[in-house]
Design a protein around this ligand. Structure first.
Ligand SMILES: Nc1ncnc2c1ncn2[C@@H]1O[C@H](COP(=O)(O)OP(=O)(O)OP(=O)(O)O)[C@@H](O)[C@H]1O
Length: 761
């Protein structure tokens, strides 16, 4: 058996192994290139899989979505009653009662997975609308410079080697020529680098502009901005999202392109060149090690995307606490509330800082591992690969090849060039690995911006997601608690109808429901005909202003029919009127522009006449003319602001005016002038006021009686005033009863004392 075995072994060696080795050595360069192409493809595919969470990422995304769906399903113990406010569908947005003890994720899911690429694709369609767009041209130019920089680096690597070679061979002329070439290369190289930085910034700003434009279009479309904050819970600080997150997303997207495209290009070109210089074997071994360490790095990478999204959320809350302080500066200052506000602001700040510090610590630990692997492990392995031409060729018994040990100068040149190429290649791979962190952060910004867009789409389509209370209603006093909850839940399932009319308002069995699901009135019916001013009265929080929110189309209706003219036929004047940024004139004509004012044939002198009627004409001179710009909110008194709002009503002269306690800061004289002039102009008024002085201007009354009851009918103001006066006088008398009773007790005591004294005498 043994001789037969050794014969077979010899046969195998002589007939197969040796000819194959000889063939391989003969065609080694060709095989090297082939192997390098295959390996580069493998490396890049593997890196991509690593970046996208592996081939199972789609499965993972699906599984996660299923989990989210399951979490959102109602009916579990401690389930929160969540439903789409208008549509009645149960919210499956990932909130609600899930399995007990499961950690709740705040905000959207943030991972580098299929969902991320789906979201990113949507955003890319916005920022890169077509191949002919400015952004596409910028991207193309950017790509051109990226390729140019890699080619220049390749050239510089070989130039570097030949300079050292000229040096060790003591060839001064060659050395000088190459140094001059080196300096000449500096011109396109520095220009390329500057262009890359410039184009990246240009791309970032171009992306931001596209996205911001799209968001502004949606956000300021009708009442979306109101609905986002009031009817839907998903977006907390839309301002932070629009101002900061879009900018961060755009910068991150512009960076990620060069951070990924350049290293990929580098890996391919450098490896290809290296394989030609040193052979593929060493590189393949190195690649396997690199892949293993890359997998380790990926495994060790914390979820930076989630952290970035959380950081933005906390930034938003901190910023919001400051915005609130400025908005209510006067009230807080007068209440001496600075200490409390400081505590609130500091709480939000430290929540942010705690989070940021935690992320910093994680980044540091991650950078330590990353640098140890990328710089030191890969660096030393790289040196070994560079030695392949020197020692490897000798071991293979070869005399040819790039570094085939011909002479000292050539060996040095080969070593320097290869080392430079290898450093660049390992640097490129390192950058490719660290893009996982960048990509992870980009996924955080992508998730936030996408959530804003998705929520705006939903809100515009009337699909709200809000935590509804429902059962906590003030209505349904007469029925038991369970029945009340069931009745309110039924109301919340309904949908109302809006009919447009030219001039009348009719509410037919319309429930008044707050965005939180509180049913204030189960079924409200009343009407307003032109000229029949309506007075709305009732206790605080009974739903007087809510009625106007429904009229203005801000709140959805859950039942009945609302017949009304379009929202443009209404002007709303609240107790604290809104004053915009702009000139004094803008405050009166808001939301019109000066051009629109002139188009309507109205001049500054017409505006002055309106102000004269309201005894406010002096304001023009006092403030320095119509074109003066100020923060009017702070510059004017409460009475000035209310009179400016009245002037606005006379400028617009709509069919209906909603007056919500809008005369509380003006004199009775101005109030009278205002109501009389509005009536003359044919404006029908819907007034909310507790002032009896206003009753005489109204023909109908809608009275909220509390507990969900109301009364509607003609207003006999004289009779009502007489009743009010009698009621007040009786109340005054009743208030004096305890005083009289106490006086009577004193008198009785005094009489008893006197009688007792008389008896003693
Ligand atoms: N945006 C909102 N989201 C949720 N609930 C709201 C919102 N606005 C008002 N509400 C609630 O609706 C109820 C009625 O509010 P509304 O402003 O209509 O009262 P009101 O009768 O005008 O009171 P007041 O006389 O004090 O102004 C209140 O309980 C209030 O908390």
């Amino acid at each position: 058996m043994a001789p037969a075995q050794s014969t077979l072994r010899r046969k195998l060696r002589d007939e197969y192994a040796m000819p194959f080795a000889a063939h391989y050595i003969q065609h080694r360069r060709r095989y090297s290139s082939l192997m390098m192409v295959a390996f580069s493809a493998y490396v890049l595919q593997n890196t991509y899989a690593g970046l996208t969470g592996g081939p199972s990422s789609k499965r993972k995304a699906k599984a996660a979505q299923q989990t989210q769906g399951a979490q959102g399903k109602p009916g579990g113990p401690g389930d929160v009653a969540e439903k789409s406010a208008a549509g009645g569908a149960v919210d499956t947005g990932g909130r609600g009662g899930g399995a007990g003890g499961r950690r709740k994720r705040r905000g959207p899911r943030v991972e580098v997975d299929a969902l991320f690429f789906q979201r990113l694709t949507r955003l890319l369609r916005i920022v890169l609308p077509s191949f002919r767009s400015k952004e596409a041209s910028l991207l193309l130019l950017h790509s051109f410079f990226l390729v140019l920089r890699t080619l220049l680096s390749l050239y510089v690597a070989s130039l570097d080697g030949s300079i050292v070679s000229a040096l060790v061979r003591a060839q001064p002329r060659q050395f000088l020529i190459r140094i001059v070439t080196w300096m000449a290369v500096a011109v396109p190289a520095t220009y390329t680098n500057s262009m890359l930085t410039y184009l990246q910034s240009k791309l970032a700003i171009a992306y931001r502009t596209r996205l911001t434009k799209k968001v502004h279009e949606d956000y300021l479309d009708g009442t979306t901005f109101y609905a986002l904050g009031n009817l839907d819970d998903r977006i907390k600080n839309a301002d932070q999202l629009i101002v900061v997150d879009i900018q961060k997303f755009s910068t991150s997207l512009a960076e990620i392109y060069s951070n990924i495209a350049k290293p990929i290009l580098d890996v391919i070109l450098y490896n290809w060149q290296l394989s030609r210089n040193v052979g593929a074997e060493g590189l393949i071994a190195l690649t396997i090690i690199v892949q293993a360490s890359a997998a380790l790095l990926k495994w060790a990478t914390p979820p930076f995307g989630r952290y970035a999204a959380e950081e933005q959320r906390l930034e938003g809350e901190y910023r919001f606490s400051h915005t609130r302080l400025l908005e209510h500066a006067e009230e807080i200052a007068l209440l001496r509330g600075s200490e409390t506000e400081k505590n609130i602001i500091e709480r939000t700040y430290y929540a942010l800082i705690r989070h940021v510090n935690r992320v910093f610590r994680m980044r540091m630990a991650y950078s330590l591992v990353e640098e140890a692997i990328v710089k030191w492990v890969w660096g030393s392995l790289g040196l070994c690969v560079c030695a392949v031409p020197v020692f490897g060729m000798r071991l293979l018994g070869m005399s040819g090849g790039a570094g085939g040990g011909i002479d000292f100068g050539s060996r040095t040149e080969g070593f320097v060039t290869n080392r430079r190429l290898l450093l660049s290649a390992s640097d490129a791979l390192g950058r490719l690995m660290s893009t996982y962190r960048d990509l992870s952060e980009l996924s955080g910004y992508t998730a936030r911006v996408s959530e804003l867009l998705d929520t705006m789409d939903d809100v515009k389509a009337g699909r709200y997601q809000k935590k509804l209370v429902g059962g906590g209603s003030t209505a349904g006093r007469t029925v038991g608690k369970d029945e009340e909850v069931a009745e309110n839940a039924k109301i919340l399932q309904g949908r109302g109808k809006i009919i447009h009319s030219d001039d009348e308002i009719i509410f037919d069995k319309v429930p008044i429901v707050t965005p939180n699901g509180d049913v204030l009135i189960k079924s409200l019916s009343f009407y307003v005909k032109p000229g029949n001013h309506l007075l709305v009265v009732g206790g605080n929080g009974t739903g007087k202003s809510s009625l106007f929110r429904i009229l203005g189309g801000l709140w959805p209706i859950y039942g009945g029919t609302v017949t009304k003219p379009p929202a443009s036929e209404f002007t709303y004047i609240p107790q604290r009127p809104y004053l915009s940024l702009g000139t004094l004139r803008d405050q009166i004509i808001y939301p019109h522009s000066r051009a629109q004012m002139l188009e309507r044939g109205i001049t500054d002198s017409n505006l002055l006449d309106i102000l004269k009627m309201l005894e406010l004409d002096s304001i023009v001179e006092r403030e320095g003319g119509w074109d003066t710009q100020r923060e009017w909110r702070d510059a004017l008194s409460g009475g000035d602001k209310q009179r400016l709002a009245m002037a606005r009503l006379f400028y617009h002269c709509p069919k209906y005016a909603i007056l919500d306690e809008c005369t509380s800061a003006v004199t009775l004289q101005i109030e009278q002038t205002f109501y009389e002039r509005a009536t003359e102009l044919g404006i029908t008024l819907l007034t909310v006021s507790h002032r009896p002085s206003l009753w005489k201007y109204h023909k109908y009354i809608l009275q909220y009686l509390g507990g969900g009851d109301y009364a509607f009918g003609p207003l006999n103001w004289e009779e009502r005033l007489a009743l009010q006066e009698e009621k007040q006088s009786l109340e005054q008398k009743l208030a004096e009863v305890p005083v009289w009773e106490s006086r009577l007790t004193d008198l009785l005591k005094e009489r008893e004392t006197r009688e007792a004294r008389k008896e003693r005498i």
